[in-house]
Design a protein. Structure first.
Length: 276
């Protein structure tokens, strides 16, 4: 057990240790749209000490400084000094207006407390500046009706953006992994489209009440999150069920094993349905 005096000593050491600058954190959005206004935040705990300065850098260049002992406390520097909104900037935040691509990059906040510590702590953050896609992704499927064992072929193309949207697919709400599709980027000046080609083999349990739902998810960070949904219908070999083969679990498996007449039946159904 510690006696009372050693507890006091420990308490004093702990108090000295925590009485200083600590816990610096930045809040910088991962991505913002071109032309928007963004506030970067730098939080810190001075404990019982005074603030000497807060400095903001983009890359190596300082662009904002807040020194409470100076009049005025705020100084701005560099190529985007004019885009800093001084009325919405202070010891914890700096507000940038009309954000353009040159504002994308690595930011750092540097906080220094006053005499006698002059202790400095630094935190970093990265911000992307984005040209958002205008509109929704477009899905094109090869055809509307599919039988079990067939391969669905679909393409999803996103409107142009910078950076290019990420595309994923899901079938009946289950996300597919990238072995089922490939994506290409189609260039278009500074913006580009993502073209994602899906190939998905239909199995026994793909259809729910004769329906299959395919969704293309397009995303540019958290700023643009859009889905395009397509519903496909089951091509039922209806005559086949009369002949009893529908009950066999492998009827629709690999098509090369399917009897020829089954394919004919399927093709007939297709023809019939196109005349409906
Ligand atoms: C550090 O700051 C964060 C956010 O302001 C706060 O949640 C946390 O409790 C702080 N930690 C300490 C040790 O002060
Ligand atoms: C998907 O795109 C590829 C390549 O651009 C094309 O060859 C194919 O026909 C398209 N498929 C559909 C279903 O439109
Ligand atoms: C992707 O899906 C296929 C079949 O759908 C599966 O065999 C494969 O293990 C999956 N890969 C990953 C990385 O999840
Ligand atoms: C493409 O980007 C460059 C630099 O980022 C810019 O100077 C140019 O104007 C842009 N072109 C278009 C068509 O937006
Ligand atoms: C696309 O996805 C990758 C991997 O998840 C991620 O690192 C990247 O930031 C995403 N890009 C966009 C534009 O959302």
């Amino acid at each position: 057990m510690l006696d009372h005096s050693s507890e006091l000593v420990i308490l004093k050491i702990v108090t000295m240790y925590v009485n200083g600058l600590q816990n610096v954190s930045v809040d910088i959005p991962e991505a913002v749209a071109v032309g928007s206004t963004v506030t970067l935040t730098c939080l810190y705990d001075l404990e019982k000490t005074e603030l000497y300065a807060v400095k903001w850098y983009k890359g190596k260049a300082e662009f904002y400084r807040y020194v409470p002992k100076e009049q005025p406390p705020i100084s701005v520097f560099g190529e985007f000094a004019d885009d800093i909104d001084l009325t919405r900037s202070d010891r914890h935040r700096v507000t940038l207006t009309n954000v353009m691509h040159n504002l994308g990059g690595k930011y750092r906040c540097e906080v220094t407390n006053d005499y006698p510590d002059f202790h400095t702590l630094i935190k970093y953050g990265y911000m992307h500046v984005v040209n958002l896609p205008q509109g929704i992704p477009e899905v094109i499927v090869e055809k509307q009706r599919y039988a079990i064992g067939e391969t669905v072929k679909a393409n999803c193309t996103t409107p142009p953006s910078n950076p290019t949207a990420n595309v994923t697919w899901s079938v009946n709400g289950l996300l597919l992994n990238s072995t089922n599709f490939k994506t290409l980027k189609l260039d278009n000046d500074n913006r580009s489209r993502t073209h994602a080609e899906l190939e998905f083999e239909i199995s026994q349990d793909s259809f729910r009440n004769g329906r299959l739902q395919i969704t293309c998810h397009a995303k540019v960070f958290q700023l643009y999150v859009k889905d395009a949904i397509v519903l496909l219908d089951e091509e039922r070999p209806r005559l086949a069920s009369v002949l009893g083969t529908r009950d066999s679990p492998h009827t629709g498996g690999a098509s090369m094993h399917a009897p020829k007449w089954l394919c004919v039946v399927a093709a007939t159904n297709l023809l019939l349905s196109s005349f409906r």
